[in-house]
Design a protein around this ligand. Structure first.
Ligand code: S3P
Length: 441
């Protein structure tokens, strides 16, 4: 286990940073690119543990993926076509990646072969019924521990039929799993989501020529009768993965909290299903500037310029929670410095993320002096509170480790973060990038 000690910053954060590629889109580039006929050339790919898990799984399914460790952000996926995957000769290791396991569950359910999905202990504790149950309604054969809820999951591929599914929770992982299964199912699969979960699968599949139709919160997918085009930009150049707004969020909040800071974050994905963090910070009184907006790409991007500003408390609930679902550890840190109360509701999903993000965020931030109360479906923070250096733990959660690191920058003494290696699940070189010491800008 890796331990890092972070010292309070005695200078502002300034300059330009490029945060790594979007994790959700990097997974999908591999999975969807695999189904195309032709080569998907992808730049800006995220070379982090979660996406490597997907890369290894796709290779084990017979998909050639070129990846040169000397150029880790580029991949070339040699699509095998919709019916070209082959039976893996061993279990498929999803490591700690819920996205890999859930999306693959949907993809594998309709294949004419047997496969087993497993992963590290924390992933084997996460609920899989949310994907397995609707897939079973499509005639999938999926079994696992705890009555088919927990990995390892054994999937006996079968012919599927389409269903109309009203998702009880707004989850892009569940939606994407059902869309992938829908490509193989007889009939039209209709998925209605209660809120706007991220729509990368819809955008990317549509760009590849798949029969996907969107009407508000309802997505319709037909079984595939024609080949999918490889993933490219609209002008035929390589597909560019935007910088991950969920990774940028840590630097945005760091710039807001560290006095006199100004940061420019380049090429950040601003897909509206992901920009809840910006809306939340705006409600807390923050402003920022967008520059170099590119709205014509499959995934829109912009440079984001943000500087130190005072914040005030707000209430966050409903659809806004869905559009910022990964950002609550760092929102909690921002709230400790905001004037008044910040209340997060309708966010019970946080209990089943990489860890229980309500319990663990509250537990660790309290060690630093924060006034934070866990609620059944969220949390409440009273601010502003001066933070003190402490010994804290990541609980194996990359976003909690990074949020605590940002909190440490404004604490009154050194903070030791145990289990810091997990930051690499989504953000390699996080600390160097945050502090402006990384070489790749
Ligand atoms: C993801 C969807 C979200 C998010 C996760 C990535 C995706 O999960 O928390 O980090 O790539 O589809 P849910 O769909 O379970 O909310």
């Amino acid at each position: 286990m890796q331990t890092v000690t972070i010292h309070p910053l005695d200078h502002p954060l300034t300059g330009t940073r490029r945060v790594p590629g979007d994790k959700s889109i990097s997974h999908r580039a591999l999975i969807l690119g695999a189904l195309a006929e032709g080569v998907s050339d992808v730049v800006g790919w995220l070379p982090a543990a979660d996406c490597y898990a997907t890369l290894h799984v796709m290779r084990a399914l017979g998909v050639p993926v070129e990846h040169d460790p000397a150029m880790p952000t580029r991949i070339r996926v040699h699509g095998v076509g919709v019916h070209g995957l082959r039976e893996p000769d061993n279990v498929l290791d999803c490591d700690g990646s819920g996205t890999t396991m859930r999306l693959l569950c949907g993809l594998l359910a309709g294949q004419p072969f047997f496969s087993v999905l497993t992963g590290r202990e924390a992933l084997r504790r996460r609920p899989m019924r949310r994907v397995a149950e609707p897939l079973r309604r499509m005639d999938a054969s999926i079994d696992g521990r705890d009555g088919g809820n927990l990995a390892p999951l054994a999937i006996r591929g079968a012919p599927l039929h389409a269903i109309h599914y009203n998702m009880p929770i707004a989850s892009a992982q569940v939606k994407s799993a059902l869309m992938l299964a829908g490509l193989y199912a007889e009939g039209e699969t209709i998925i209605t989501q209660p809120g706007p979960a991220r729509d990368h699968t819809e955008r990317m599949l549509s760009a590849m020529g798949a029969p996907v139709h969107i009407d508000g919160n309802t997505v319709r997918v037909h079984s595939l009768r024609t080949a999918l085009h490889p993933l490219t930009a609209p002008d035929g150049s390589p597909f560019v993965v935007p910088a991950d707004i969920s990774s940028a969020a840590f630097l945005i909040v760091a710039a807001l909290l560290v006095p006199k800071s100004t940061l420019r974050l380049v090429d950040v994905g601003i897909n509206p299903t992901r920009t809840g963090i910006l809306d939340i910070l705006q409600r807390m009184g923050a402003t920022w500037t967008l520059d170099n907006v590119r709205a014509d790409a499959i995934e829109p991007t912009a440079d984001l310029i943000v500087q130190h500003q005072p914040l005030h408390g707000t209430t966050i609930d409903g659809d806004l929670v869905v559009r910022a679902i990964d950002e609550f550890p760092i929102i909690a840190v921002a709230a400790t410095q905001a004037e008044g109360e910040t209340i997060v509701r309708d966010a019970a999903e946080l209990r089943v993320k990489e860890t229980d993000r309500i319990g663990n965020v509250a537990r660790e931030l309290r060690k630093m002096g924060a006034e934070i109360e866990p609620l059944a479906d969220g949390f409440m923070v009273r601010g502003p509170t001066p933070l003190r250096g402490a010994v804290v733990d990541s609980h194996g959660d990359h976003r909690l480790a990074m949020a605590l690191t940002v909190a440490a920058l404004i604490a009154d003494g050194p903070t030791t973060v145990h289990g810091a290696e997990v930051m690499a699940d989504s953000f390699p070189n996080f600390i160097a990038t945050l502090l402006g010491e990384a070489h790749h800008v």
